[in-house]
Design a protein around this ligand. Structure first.
Ligand SMILES: NC(=O)c1ccc[n+]([C@@H]2O[C@H](COP(=O)([O-])OP(=O)(O)OC[C@H]3O[C@@H](n4cnc5c(N)ncnc54)[C@H](OP(=O)(O)O)[C@@H]3O)[C@@H](O)[C@H]2O)c1
Length: 237
């Protein structure tokens, strides 16, 4: 039985991914802070599931806990780092900026560091990071969020180059969702996908060993616009 670890699986996209992977026959290791929600998830799944309470925003504590979970599962083929946060922060209050950068940058890199070490030891596997369409351009009302997701996408690219250089058949998938109907979407409803639809499209991309995917697919149009709209116009939006 293949094993997958989903980091940030107590709600939203990560939870939907855990449910779908379990139905697909994976033994899942699920990570988040809210142990009660992880226990509820485990009770719902028919397949094997190991839960681990971890605060990813404290990498020095979180990294050894992720290594423990890998040992409990013995061999892990697929890692998905979905844990993340973000806030509308037009006032540029420091606490939301700090929280976003700590989790989405430091925490993300800490989890990927442990996953990479395990995948390189086993010589194959798959690493998936949940970035965002926001990675493509700065956002005036949420500068930390957009910049942190640019870090996520760029970090994944660097890890992919590393695996290529080492000639290791390890796939790295950068997932850039638009709006998905979770706490993170706030009041945004434009082209919103359910977490289940997002999970299905992400898993299809994993099966096809894709390096990059927009979720849902039509967000590639917005991605293109984000890259071509001139600054003078974009900064007024
Ligand atoms: N929803 C959207 O519109 C959207 C769009 C683009 C990208 N994304 C990205 O998708 C990813 C998943 O978000 P979501 O939409 O599924 O939102 P969500 O329902 O809020 O899920 C976030 C997950 O991250 C976990 N998490 C948060 N802080 C954590 C911490 N310090 N330590 C460990 N786990 C932590 C949460 O668990 P606990 O609170 O239990 O720790 C939860 O399981 C994020 O990276 C987000 O940036 C979302």
């Amino acid at each position: 039985m293949k094993s997958a670890i989903i980091i940030g699986a107590s709600s939203g996209i990560g939870r939907a991914l855990a449910v779908t992977l379990s139905l697909d026959g994976y033994r899942v290791g699920v990570v988040a802070r809210r142990t009660d929600l992880l226990a509820q998830l485990r009770a719902e799944l028919t397949g094997p599931c190991v839960i681990k309470t971890v605060d990813v925003s404290q990498p020095e504590l979180a990294m050894p806990l992720l290594r423990e979970l890998i040992e409990e599962l013995r061999d892990v083929e697929l890692f998905i780092v979905s844990a993340g946060t973000g806030f509308d922060n037009a006032a540029l209050a420091w606490e939301p900026e700090r929280e976003t950068i700590t989790l989405n940058v430091l925490g993300f890199a800490g989890m990927v560091n442990v996953a990479v070490a395990h995948l390189e030891t086993r010589g194959s596997g798959h690493l998936v990071g949940i970035s965002s369409i926001a990675a493509l351009r700065g956002i005036g009302g949420a500068p930390a969020y957009a910049a942190s997701k640019a870090f996520v996408s760029n970090y994944l690219q660097g890890v992919r180059y590393r695996f290529n250089k080492l000639k290791l058949p390890i796939v790295v998938t950068d997932v850039q969702p638009g709006f998905v109907g979770t706490r993170m979407a706030g009041g945004n409803r434009f082209w919103i996908a359910s977490p289940q639809t997002a999970a299905r499209q992400i898993i299809a991309a994993i099966r096809r060993r894709k390096q990059h995917v927009y979720v849902t697919k039509r967000w590639r149009l917005i991605a293109w616009l984000l890259q071509v709209v001139p600054d003078a116009l974009y900064s007024k939006l």
